[in-house]
Design a protein around this ligand. Sequence first.
Ligand SMILES: [Zn+2]
Length: 117
Amino acid sequence: MKCPFCRSDNDRVIDTRTIQEGTAIWRRRQCLACNRRYTTYERIERTTVKIIKKDGAREPFDHSKIKRGLEKACWKRPISDTQLEAIIAEVENQLETSFESEVPSRELGELVMQHLR
Ligand SMILES: [Zn+2]
């Protein structure tokens, strides 16, 4: 990490702490050239999942749009709003953790149906 004061690329970590319930790491560093201290944060990058539509166009994972589609698909079934929200959150989480940055709309549909069952 380059020192923000003298631009030297030589530092040591003097303290490391886990913060925000383990989702981020805080590091106190000291520059070995000028001895000044600074802090860095490390966190997991949450990528936005993109949906590949049938015509090949990409659009970002849209929570409310998927919910509307689900509501249409399930209007006959006894599914509460909370359950729908839970399903979408689950699917979104699953996509994010699978490191898949793009998913075909058909696959997304299948994933949603799996959770519906
Ligand atoms: Zn420095």
